[in-house]
Design a protein around this ligand. Structure first.
Ligand SMILES: [Zn+2]
Length: 415
């Protein structure tokens, strides 16, 4: 049996679940603050669990607290098709980042229940712990452990600003599950997410078919000059580290423009020493974040950065160190899963375009261990990680229905 184009999820039900979930940690400005492993996170997990139980699913929790709600397939021995995202948010987060992926997955299962559809492969809805990384760095911690990028001890030892560890807090909320993390076959993984950028809304496109996640290179640069008195030191004799940093910031921005499309280049943090109004800065620390959908271009951006920093230091008589502290390669999502998403959008009559993800997602780690794809929906003005994050019910419903068809394509229908 092939699902036809009339088969859609229930957009009203999805929206009301999103709004109910958004009440947990709701902020006065209309956003959500639901940091990972807090009491509010616990509350959202329990609500999600109650909905899954009501939908007849079996819930398992792994040692990272990641929740898997399983709908059995006709052949339970087959590996599951997984779909989901995360329920934690940024401190000033919105209603949709993460929750849309988890709750549209739930809506897919509710729809299959309503229609009495049995799939060949089991289906598992996933709620990954600590995707945001704002309380416990790094981001995407649980999907990272699932994919083998981090080990469990490393994850448990991550501490928040108060020194509380991930392991202790997971225990405190009662979500240390018995299941081993990862190490089992996954037939496919799908994640619906708001785009977190302006492209889909601006073009009036319903669905983003995510083909790649951009690679990321992060750097720390320390520029050193000589501290001296801002009054008696003549301009020609200065070794001003902050002036060097200004050149580097401009160069980073220029590199971003030079490697379009898809390049992003950001200096997001800068510390000047001694940061005194009448002292010429002797040392500056700054960070660089490069992203690109093409690995070769990302490497060229790195070369351009090294060249620019060397030139600036030479011209200003400064010394420097430049260190790459994080590298995440470009992720190409699975061709079959991507075409399942594209085909679903096509069949349902939604406008769609191929797109790359500029942000990290659990799907990026899952792509290392399973055939994976993502579905992007538009969001208002491309805003996210912000209480003003918003979308329309129609956009959410379109994303959910595309997920339904893509999942059925991979899970197979028995009757
Ligand atoms: Zn997210």
């Amino acid at each position: 049996m092939q699902p036809d184009s009339n088969m859609t999820i229930d957009g009203d039900r999805l929206w009301s679940s999103l709004m109910e979930m958004a009440r947990i940690g709701a902020t006065p400005k209309g956003g959500v603050k639901r940091l990972t492993l807090t009491d509010l996170d616990l509350e959202s997990r329990d609500l999600f669990k109650s909905w899954c139980t009501a939908a007849g699913l079996t819930i398992k929790v792994d040692k990272m607290g990641t929740m898997f709600a399983r709908r059995e397939g006709a052949d339970p021995a087959l590996p599951p098709v997984m779909l989901g995202s995360h329920l934690d948010t940024q401190p000033t987060g919105g209603k949709f980042d993460g929750a849309l992926g988890v709750l549209s997955a739930l809506e897919v299962v509710r729809t299959l229940n309503d229609l009495g559809i049995k799939t060949r492969h089991p289906i598992e809805i996933v709620n990954f712990t600590n995707e945001e990384g704002s309380r416990f760095a790094p981001a995407m911690l649980a999907s990272g452990v699932f994919a083998g990028a981090f080990d469990l001890d490393y994850a448990y030892a991550r501490a928040d600003v108060d020194g509380k560890t991930f392991g202790d807090e997971l225990k405190r909320i009662g979500y240390v599950g018995p299941e081993e993390v990862g190490g089992r076959p996954v037939h496919a993984f799908f994640e619906v997410h708001i785009e977190q950028g302006p492209i889909l809304e601006e073009e009036g496109t319903d669905i983003g078919v995510v083909t790649h996640a951009n690679g990321q290179y992060w750097y720390e640069i320390v520029i050193e000059g000589v501290e001296s008195h801002a009054g008696p030191t003549p301009m020609a004799r200065r070794k001003d580290a902050l002036v060097g940093a200004a050149g580097v910031i401009q160069a980073v921005n220029d590199i971003g423009f030079r490697f379009q499309p898809t390049a992003c280049a950001t200096v997001g943090m800068i510390e000047s020493y001694p940061n005194s109004r009448n002292v010429i800065p002797g040392r500056v620390f700054l960070t660089v974040d490069f992203r690109h959908a093409d690995q070769g271009k990302l490497d060229e951006m790195e070369d351009a950065l090294k060249e620019a920093v060397a030139e600036i230091a030479k011209a200003k008589s400064l010394t420097y160190s430049l260190e790459q502290i994080f590298a995440f390669p470009v992720t190409a999502f699975d061709e079959d899963c991507v075409s399942a998403v594209r085909g679903a959008a096509e069949k349902l009559g939604f406008s769609h375009r191929d797109i790359t993800s500029g942000a990290g997602h659990d799907a990026v780690y899952m792509a290392q261990v399973a055939p994976t794809a993502m579905v992007f929906t538009p969001c208002i003005d491309g805003i996210s990680h912000n209480e003003a994050e918003d979308m329309t019910q129609a956009w959410a419903a379109a994303g959910g229905s595309v997920l339904l068809h893509a999942v059925l394509e991979r899970a197979g229908i028995v009757e």
